[in-house]
Write a protein that binds this ligand. Structure first.
Ligand code: ADP
Ligand code: MG
Length: 263
């Protein structure tokens, strides 16, 4: 590089910084040497520099979205062994990972016994959503309730609810482990009702719908909640005994199973 080139490079670096293009500033020099060595055209060089800027920006924004999502652990669908859950449709899960359900403001319910992989799948699908640029937030149901109760006490419930509507996808993990008191049940209902047709939710639960009333305590509220949640929902049952489980869903008159298979 000649002295003249170095002077030009310094100008480019300063301009790039002023324009808030840090990767252009960092890569303009190294890539110009490469371009010269390869005899690449001006346009080819410019494209390479701008491409680096875009790649770095996308990486940084993905990192931000993943951090903001507050996943408790890192899980991807790549590491999920679909053969371990024979009743589960891999194409359906991969379809969900493409994010169409989020664009359509649909929900996903992952039902099954403890340890079957519900949280793994929920995080895997939600991580794929982050990759596509969706804003995601993960909560355990217990965390969500704690946050809501604190917000309610401090008179900022509406603000928190509005804030959560900015997320394209909420993951509510582990419905069924902690029974709600009346107020918690109503707060939980409010979250689901507020998101109805406005934003997607993934719920994981170890309970069949017929058992939700035991957690929520109130029959009418439970029915209203299930109705909103399952209207346009993808219900994935993860169970070794899926036949019996599905049969029991049918016995409870859950029409949502056929809604799922329609999609
Ligand atoms: P659940 O939420 O249904 O209780 P988890 O998703 O927490 O279960 O799964 C328990 C552990 O087993 C996690 O570490 C998860 O990554 C792993 N796991 C469960 N099912 C699978 C699977 N089919 N393939 C790979 N890992 C799995
Ligand atoms: Mg779990």
């Amino acid at each position: 590089m000649t002295t003249g080139d170095r002077g030009e490079l310094a100008v480019v670096e300063n301009l790039a910084r002023a324009l808030k293009l840090p990767t252009v500033a960092a890569q303009a020099g190294p890539l110009s040497r490469e371009a010269q060595a390869q005899g690449a055209s001006y346009l080819r060089y410019l494209a390479a520099v701008l491409e680096q800027e875009l790649l770095h920006r996308e990486e940084a924004s993905l990192k931000r979205r993943l951090k903001a999502a507050c996943f408790p652990v890192t899980k991807t669908l790549d590491s999920f062994d679909f053969t371990a859950v024979p009743g589960l449709s891999k194409p359906q899960v991969l379809g969900l990972a493409r994010g169409e359900f989020i664009r359509h403001k649909e929900n996903v319910i992952l039902m099954g016994s403890t340890g079957i992989g519900k949280t793994h799948l929920a995080i895997g699908i939600a991580t794929a959503a982050c990759r596509q640029g969706f804003k995601v937030r993960f909560f355990t149901v217990a965390e969500l309730i704690n946050e809501l109760r604190a917000a309610h006490q401090e008179n900022r419930l509406n603000r928190v609810m509005r804030q959560w509507l900015k997320y394209d996808l909420l993951v509510l993990d582990e419905l069924g482990y902690v029974p709600f008191d009346q107020m918690s049940a109503q707060l939980f209902f409010q979250v689901v009702a507020a998101r109805y047709e406005r934003g997607s939710v993934i719920v994981t639960t170890n309970l069949e719908f017929g058992q939700w009333v035991e957690i929520l305590g109130d029959e009418r509220l439970t029915a209203a909640l299930i109705d909103r949640l399952t209207h346009r929902a993808h219900i994935l049952v993860l169970n070794g005994e899926s036949y019996r489980f599905r049969e029991s869903l049918k016995r409870q008159g859950v029409k949502t199973v056929s809604r799922t298979t329609e999609q």
